[in-house]
Ligand binder design. Sequence first.
Ligand SMILES: Cc1cc2nc3c(=O)[nH]c(=O)nc-3n(C[C@H](O)[C@H](O)[C@H](O)COP(=O)(O)OP(=O)(O)OC[C@H]3O[C@@H](n4cnc5c(N)ncnc54)[C@H](O)[C@@H]3O)c2cc1C
Length: 495
Amino acid sequence: MNDVRIAIIGAGFSGLGMAIRLRQAGIDDFVVLEREHEVGGTWWVNSYPGCQCDIPSHLYSFSFAPNPNWSRTYSPQEEIQRYLHECVDRFGVGSKIRLGCDVTAAEWDEVDRRWRLETSAGPFRAQILVTGAGALSVPSRPSLPGLDDFEGATFHSSQWDHGAELDGSRVAVIGTGASAIQLVPEIQPRVERLHLFQRTAPWVFPRTDRPISNAERWLYRRVPLAQRLVRGAVYANFESRAVAMTVDTRLLKPFQAIARRHLHRQVEDPELRAKLEPTYLIGCKRILVSNDYYPALTQANAEVVTDPIRAVTRSGIVTADGTERELDAIVFATGFKVAEWPTLGFVRGREGARLADVWHERGAQAYLGTAIAGFPNMFSLLGPGTALGHNSVVYMIESQIAYVLDCLRVMDERSLAAVEVEPAVQAAYDAEIQARLKNTVWASGCASWYLHPSGRNPTIWPSFTFSFRRRTRRFDPSDYRLEAAHAARPAPVAA
Ligand SMILES: Cc1cc2nc3c(=O)[nH]c(=O)nc-3n(C[C@H](O)[C@H](O)[C@H](O)COP(=O)(O)OP(=O)(O)OC[C@H]3O[C@@H](n4cnc5c(N)ncnc54)[C@H](O)[C@@H]3O)c2cc1C
C-alpha cells in the first residue's frame, strides 16, 4: 500500500498546477497519478492536425510560470505540451508523477478517514484526494446505425489515427465544434473529397494569430514585467466579454455583427453562406476563432452537408434525403461527454455512495466547483460550474488550487482529519449559480455541450472570473463539517 497525504489524479494543467503549488508551499507528501505515458492531459492526448489553443498563450498558461518563448500568439498543441513538460522539470515535480497509472476506484474509508484508491500500479491510501481528471477527456461519439459495418477508418478527433491514409481519400468530418474548425482546414488540401456533416453552424470570429517576433521574445526574457502587462491586457480583453454574456446579452449584437461580417467576407456563394449562418445568439455555444475554416469550405473538393445522417453503410454515409456519399474515412469531431462528468464516475464517498449516482439524482454540483457534500477531503479541479465561455480556464484552476492550499493550512492549524462541505451550503450555492445562469447567454435557447439532457447547466461559471477568484481566496471553515484528528472514529461495520 502506497501511503501519501495527497493523491492527485491527472497530469494536465490541473494536476500539474496543484503539484507545483504544493511543492512551492513546502508540502512534499503527494503523488500525481496519470494514466497516460506523458504529462499534458488535453495537450498530450489531442494530436489532430491543427490542434491549438483558442485563448492566447500569454494568458493560457500558469501565472507563476510565464513562458517568454511562445512562438505564436495562439500556440500549437505540441508547444503547449512541451511547456507543461518543462514546468515539471522547472519546478522539480517529476519524481512525484506516476505515469501509466490508471485510477480505477477511489473510496472514502470512514474509519481510517482516508481515501483508498485502486490503480493499475497497485493500491494507494491518501488523506486528501484532488481530482484533475479533466472535463474534456471522454470522447462523445454519436451512435449511428450501421457504423460497425463501415469498412473504412473511423476515429475521434482526440484519438487521431496518424496511420490512417487521408491523402487523396474521401473523408467525412462529423461535427462543427472547436476541434472540427481546426482540423478541417488542415486536411481539406490533402483529401480528394471532404464532406463536413453539420448539425449546427457555429459562430466563427476572426483569429488574431501571428508569430511572436524574436524582438518580443527577447523583451519578455529580459523584462518579465512586459509579458505580465501583455497577459493582463489579454485577460482584461477576454474578461470584458463576460459583461455581454452574463449581464446584458443585448451587448452581444456587435460580436455577432463581427462574426457575420467575417462569414460574408470569406464566403461569397449565397447557398453556402446560408448553410454557414448560425441561427442562435452568439456565445450560447463556444465562440470559435479561425481565419481558414470558411476558405477551406469554399474549395471545390469540400462540401457542407446539412441533411441529417440516416445511416452508415459499408462504404459511406446515407443522409435523410437518400443520398449516399462514398467514403474512405469518417472523423468524429463530436466533442466530449461533459455534463455527465464521466471522469469522476469511479469515486465513492460516505457509505459507499457513488458520485455518479449522487450526481445522476441531483445533477452535478460542487461548492465553488470544488468540494462535494458526502465526499470528505476531496477537491475537484475544474469541477462542475467552472468551465468558461469567455476566458482561460487556467485562471479558474489556479483559483481552485489556492482554495485547496488554504484548506490544507486550516486543517494543519486546527489538527483536522477531515473536512466536508455542509450540504446546505452546497445547495444554497448551487441554487444561486443556477439562478444566475437563467439570465445568461447560455440559457438563450441553443443546444450545447454545457447542458445536461435535463436542460440544467452543470458546466459553466456564469460570471466574471475575478469574482470566482475572490470567492475561492479563503477557505471558510464555517462552510464545512470539521472532524478533529483526535475525534472518535466510527466503529468498523461488521461484514
Ligand atoms: C482540443 C482542445 C482545445 C482546448 N483549448 C482550450 C483553450 O484554448 N482555452 C481553454 O481555456 N481551454 C481549452 N480547452 C479545455 C482544456 O481541456 C483545459 O483548458 C485544460 O487543458 C484542462 O486541464 P485538466 O488538467 O483539468 O484536464 P486534462 O487536460 O483533460 O487532463 C486530465 C488528465 O487526467 C488523466 N486522467 C483522467 N482520468 C484518469 C484516471 N482515472 N486515472 C489516471 N489519470 C486520469 C487524463 O489522462 C489526463 O491526462 C481545450 C480542450 C480541448 C480538448
